[in-house]
Structure formats: structure tokens, C-alpha cells
Design a protein around this ligand. Structure first.
Ligand SMILES: Nc1ncnc2c1ncn2[C@@H]1O[C@H](COP(=O)(O)OP(=O)(O)O)[C@@H](O)[C@H]1O
Ligand SMILES: [Mg+2]
Length: 253
């Protein structure tokens, strides 16, 4: 690749979702959804319960094969690829319902992610130590997964995802059920990850947490994208206020 090609590759969005449609029988959980995510951005995906946010994550990360539309990651068409392959390319997601392996230690939970790339146990353990430190779980490394609090399990989920060394990390309600101090910690972690060069797509209901850290916000309602813009633009959008925000959030002015 020469310098011009490299510049062109960097200018291309990291994630390009075009006309994404996912039908379950008569229900279009995603209906012709189009958006891009640029390198180094934190993009929030918001909308009411049942809007299709998790379905969008499932389609992008390969857990569902979309009925129609195209997903391009880092220049590669990943539509319909298996989750493992998509993860190898550098796109990893977390789950709204955390999948802690209760009988394994915290460290082993994270090593399951690290083994995607680590050639052996020693390397996997090194990666685990690094991401456990980053997520503030290092002192819990020898504890069984089941002994963790909800907040710690949410962080473990992020740690395991980070251990796969993603370029794009998609977080599905990673702050749900956390107290204000823990939410602040999760916000700081997102900002640190962006600083470290990661790109994030974050599904979240807690507007006070997600709006201040997001570069751009995409709003889904009944499967359709109804708005996209800066947090300020979206918070002032009449359609968004009607469909979702109501009186619950006002951008600081
Ligand atoms: N596997 C599925 N089978 C049938 N319907 C589904 C399935 N997954 C999600 N849905 C439906 O799709 C819609 C969007 O759901 P979801 O993507 O979970 O929304 P959100 O994450 O925004 O709350 C909902 O009406 C939900 O009931
Ligand atoms: Mg959801």
C-alpha cells in the first residue's frame, strides 16, 4: 500500500451499515437502517425498548444474518459472516445479559477472549492482566466469576471483549444497573479506550452518562433510524423528544 492508499483506507469509515433490515415474521426489528462509524469515534445508539438496538448489534456482529442490507467493516464485507470470523477481523461486542462463566476465575474468563489471538497460555495470561488492570478488576483475578457483583460482571464482560484486541467495540447497555460512582467509572473507561485508539458503539439508556462522552448519536425507533447528529442536535430534535427522550434529558446549555 502506498501513502495515498493508506490515506484513503483511513478516510473510509471503520463500519458502514447500509439498508440493514432484519425481519422476524411480520416484524421489522431493523428497517432499512443506514449509518457509518468513523475511526476513533464514540457513537451512541439510543432509542426506546424494542427499538431494535440489540438486533442491530446482532446483525453487525454476526449473531444474526440480516434479511437485507450490507455491513462493511474495515473495508471488508462481513454481512452474514460468523461471529468468530468477525471478531478475528477486530469487531467485538458485549451482551446486554452478561455471560459470566461462573465456575471459572475472573482471569480465566478474560483468557477465553485472549485465546482468539494469543498463541499460548502465557501470552493469554499477559493480555488478561493488562485488560484486568485497565478495567479495575486485577485484584479480583483469582475469584470465581460467580462471586462478582453486577457492576463487576459488566466490567468483566468488557475486559473479556477487550482481550480479543478489537478495533471496534460494541457495548450493549454496559451501564445498566450500576450506581452513579460505577457509571462515572464506566464513562471514564470509554474515554480511556477511545484515547487508546479504539472505536466504540454504545447502546445506553442513561442519557446523563452517554450524551457527554459521545461524538455522535444515532436514534432508532420501531426499527427505523429517526435521527443522527451531535448529542446537542439529537437532544433538541422534536421527533427524538417525542419518540424517546421526552422530558428525561436536556443537553446542558
Ligand atoms: N430473535 C427474535 N425473534 C423474534 N423477535 C425478536 C427477536 N429479537 C428481537 N425481537 C423483537 O425485535 C424488536 C427489537 O428488539 P431489540 O433489538 O431487542 O430492541 P432493543 O435492544 O432496542 O430493546 C422487539 O420487538 C423484539 O421483541
Ligand atoms: Mg437491547
Amino acid at each position: 500500500m502506498d501513502a495515498t492508499d493508506t490515506r484513503a483506507a483511513n478516510a473510509r469509515p471503520l463500519l458502514e451499515v447500509t439498508g440493514l433490515t432484519m425481519r422476524f415474521g411480520n416484524l421489522a426489528a431493523n428497517d432499512n437502517v443506514t449509518f457509518n462509524v468513523h475511526r476513533g469515534e464514540i457513537v451512541a445508539l439510543i432509542g426506546p425498548n424494542g427499538a431494535g438496538k440489540t438486533t442491530c448489534f446482532n446483525c453487525v456482529s454476526g449473531f444474526l444474518r440480516p434479511t437485507a442490507g450490507r455491513v462493511v467493516f474495515d473495508g471488508i464485507d462481513i454481512t452474514g459472516m460468523r461471529p468468530y470470523h468477525i471478531c478475528r477481523l477486530g469487531l467485538t461486542r458485549t451482551f446486554q445479559i452478561v455471560k459470566t462463566l461462573g465456575d471459572m476465575t475472573v482471569e480465566e474468563n478474560v483468557m477465553t477472549g485472549a485465546f482468539l489471538r494469543a498463541p499460548g497460555k502465557r501470552e493469554a495470561r499477559e493480555v488478561a492482566a493488562e485488560v484486568l488492570e485497565l478495567t479495575g478488576l486485577l485484584d479480583k483475578r483469582a475469584k470465581p466469576g460467580r462471586s462478582l457483583t453486577i457492576a463487576e460482571r459488566k466490567r468483566l464482560e468488557i475486559a473479556r471483549a477487550l482481550a480479543t484486541r478489537p478495533k471496534l467495540l460494541m457495548l450493549d447497555e454496559a451501564m445498566a444497573g450500576l450506581n452513579p460512582t460505577e457509571i462515572k467509572g464506566a464513562m471514564d473507561l470509554c474515554l480511556r479506550l477511545r484515547e487508546a485508539g479504539l472505536t466504540l458503539v454504545v447502546v445506553e439508556h442513561i442519557m446523563e452518562a452517554i450524551m457527554p462522552i459521545s461524538d455522535r448519536v444515532i436514534v432508532l425507533s420501531s426499527g427505523e433510524k429517526i435521527a443522527e447528529g451531535t448529542p446537542e442536535e439529537v437532544a433538541a430534535n422534536e421527533d427524538v423528544i417525542k419518540a424517546y427522550l421526552g422530558e428525561k434529558y436536556h443537553a446542558a446549555s
